[in-house]
Design a protein around this ligand. Structure first.
Ligand code: NAD
Length: 257
């Protein structure tokens, strides 16, 4: 068990990659705080963990709100006494160009995706310093290889890569490692939303696979395994890195067809 007796907080773990990560972390012996704005989904994740004899608690949080994040920190310490791993995974995706994006949509997207990483990291850092713990942030290949009509999302994911490096530099002296994960298309909520926003969603889903060298999109658990690796002692000399798990997305142009 790579994470035996650790305590991990995973935001956005009521569904998709976050839920798959919560299940993998629990399988590796971690106690998990399943933190999400969607409390019923978070409870379902906890139920699935408990069915495999894991230990988890569901916590309702809006990662863009300071008071709500403060409560999540208090609930975590109350439940488990300390924290070893913070996985900042929660995000939304507005599938629009900047011209079509309202100021409210922009503020909300940046507030959750980038602001959430800021707030959760800021409020958990004093506790991570005590445990010499680590932070895993969820970015995307869209942090450096952008796609049409999701401008704010790409900006937020690019920002997370830079913020990851900045935090790694600032907190390395405390033994805190900070890395981010950059997935290609993964069969989960935000990709489904992007497909739905296209003229022909079924066709978009099919052609998305072709953007990856492996000819398919990824599965949530394929990302979750990387998160486990980075959070465990296997990643002990990795910090400030943006690690791609993308089946070769953007490695080269797709074949002509
Ligand atoms: N699916 C993909 O293709 C893909 C690719 C690259 C990166 N990612 C990243 O992976 C992460 C998970 O995406 P997913 O596809 O599993 O999506 P998802 O929609 O299944 O999961 C996102 C979770 O975040 C939660 N959330 C949203 N706003 C919140 C808030 N304000 N506070 C707390 N929780 C909130 C949602 O309730 C949801 O459970 C995101 O950071 C996303 O950017 C996804």
């Amino acid at each position: 068990m790579k994470l035996k007796d650790r305590v991990a907080v995973i935001t956005g773990s009521a569904s998709g990659i976050g839920r798959a990560s919560a299940l993998e972390f629990a399988k590796e012996g971690s106690r998990v705080v399943v933190a999400d704005i969607n409390l019923s989904g978070a409870r379902e994740t906890v139920k699935q963990i408990e069915q495999s004899s894991g230990v988890a608690v569901a916590v309702e949080v809006d990662v863009s709100m300071p008071g709500s994040v403060k409560e999540m920190v208090e609930n975590t310490i109350h439940a488990f006494g300390h924290i070893d791993v913070l996985f900042n995974n929660a995000a939304i995706q507005v599938n629009k160009t900047i011209e079509d994006t309202t100021f409210e949509e922009w503020t909300r997207e940046i507030g959750i995706n980038l602001g959430g990483v800021f707030l959760c990291s800021k409020l958990f850092l004093p506790h991570l310093r005590l445990s010499r713990g680590c932070i895993v942030n969820m970015s995307s290949v869209n942090g450096f290889f952008v796609e049409p009509a999701c401008a704010g999302y790409c900006a937020s994911k690019g920002g997370i890569i830079a913020l990851t490096k900045a935090m790694a530099i600032d907190h390395g002296k405390d033994g805190i490692r900070v890395n981010c994960i950059c997935p290609g298309y993964i069969d989960a909520g935000l990709a489904w939303g992007y497909f739905e926003a296209q003229v022909n969603p079924a066709e978009a889903r099919k052609s998305a696979g072709k953007l990856h060298a492996l000819g398919r999109i990824g599965r949530p658990e394929e990302v979750a395994r990387l998160a486990v690796f980075l959070a465990s002692n296997d990643g002990s000399f990795i910090t400030g890195s943006a690690i791609v798990v993308s089946g070769g997305f953007g490695t080269g142009l797709p074949p002509l067809s």
